[in-house]
Every structure is written in C-alpha cells, then in structure tokens.
Design a binder for this molecule. Structure first.
Ligand SMILES: C[C@@H](N)C(=O)N[C@H](C)C(=O)O
Ligand SMILES: [Zn+2]
Length: 207
C-alpha cells in the first residue's frame, strides 16, 4: 500500500498486525464492549452525525489495544462508585480515515496530521464523555463532541462551573489511569504507552 503523506513502512496492514500480535499478544486490538459490557457507544463516524457529514465506518464498533482497554476498565470501575459511566464516540481509527479527515479539515488543532498519524491509528486514543448511570444521559461538558472551537480546549476558562467540574472530573480520573488529555479537545485521551504501538490501516471488518 502506498501513502501520500507517510512512508508506507510506518503503517501496518493486516499481515503486519498479525505478525506483531503473534510476537506480543498485548498488541491485540480488542472490542471494548467485550471487556467493559456496561460502556455506552455512540460511534459518530459510523453515522452522518459527525463533522464530515459522511459515514466513515461500516460498523459502529470501538476497538483499542488490550492494555488500553484494561486501563479503561479501571476508569469505568472508579466512575461506577460515583454513579457515573463512560460513553465512547471513537477509539481505534484506520489510518485511511485520518487521511480523509485531514483532506477536508487540515487543521492540526483538531485533526491529526497524516504525516505523523493519529494516536487513534495506533489503537491508543479514545474520544469519550461521562454519563449518569441512573439516567443514561451525558453530563454537561463545555461543548459537544468534535466541536472544533476554542471552547473545546481542555483548559477553556469560560465554561460554566458545572461544565468545568465535569470536564475536570473526567480529566482527573483518566489521568489517574494512564491517559493524557489532548490540550485542544476535552473529549480526546491518549494512552500513555502509545509509542509502543504502530500506526495501523485495518478496517474493523478485518479485525
Ligand atoms: C477528529 C477528532 N475526533 C480527533 O480525534 N482529533 C485528533 C487530533 C486526532 O485526529 O488524533
Ligand atoms: Zn480523538
């Protein structure tokens, strides 16, 4: 496979991925819901309700590397004691989708540069928010998902006290379990060990 923005040796396809998993089973991309059954999914890129206004995924599924999902399970357990849960908007994202995003929205504050790829392409980034377990409703945050604006900044100072408290609670719990927030997007978290995982361009249907 030839890529416009990156040397193709830096992006693995299904054969390379299978070889990596054979050598190290922690490299597996696993379906998050199989490990965290109570998690809610709203996979926007499998719908037209996203900034591309196009269906980008053929399946509404969320995958991530096994250690990422184990860390997320700890987050979920921690939140459960507070009556809260998680809703996922996106997780592993094939590299080709990042390229498509960048072609329409070449703003690297909000869309990864395909020259470097996204942590999503490594199966090491999650876009998510908090929900109330009793009502199933999202907690109020400063903006909606993929609102590409200054208000989406992880430290935006102008949100209401409730929105700020919710955003900061998410940040505190995610940071305690090995994730770091993206400064420009309150909903995007990178797994701290992301360097150990290669960029991948494998459709969900092949996993
Ligand atoms: C597109 C948005 N949801 C996102 O994930 N942005 C970051 C910067 C990325 O593409 O990695
Ligand atoms: Zn993201």
């Amino acid at each position: 496979q030839h890529y416009k923005y990156i040397d193709s040796t830096r992006v693995c396809g299904i054969a390379g991925y299978k070889a990596q998993v054979k050598a190290d089973s922690n490299k597996r991309l696993v379906e998050i819901i199989k490990y965290i059954p109570a998690i809610k999914l709203d996979i926007r890129y499998a719908t037209t309700n996203n900034f591309m206004h196009r269906v980008m995924y053929r399946q509404a599924k969320a995958y991530a590397r096994l250690p990422v999902v184990k860390a997320l399970a700890e987050v979920e357990a921690d939140l459960k004691t507070r009556g809260l849960g998680l809703k996922i908007f996106d997780a592993y994202r094939p590299y080709a989708v990042t390229v498509a995003f960048y072609k329409t929205t070449p703003d690297t504050n909000f869309v990864a540069n395909p020259k470097f790829g996204s942590k999503h392409n490594r199966g090491c980034a999650i876009d998510l928010t908090l929900i109330d377990l009793e009502t199933g409703k999202e907690l109020q945050m400063p903006t909606g998902f993929d609102s590409f604006s200054k208000k989406a900044s992880a430290n935006y100072p102008g949100a209401t006290p409730l929105q700020t408290a919710n955003r900061e609670l998410l940040k505190t719990i995610m940071h305690a379990h090995g994730f770091t927030v993206l400064p420009t997007e309150w909903w995007h978290y990178d797994f701290d060990g992301w360097r150990n995982y290669q960029l991948a361009d494998i459709p969900f249907t092949a996993l």
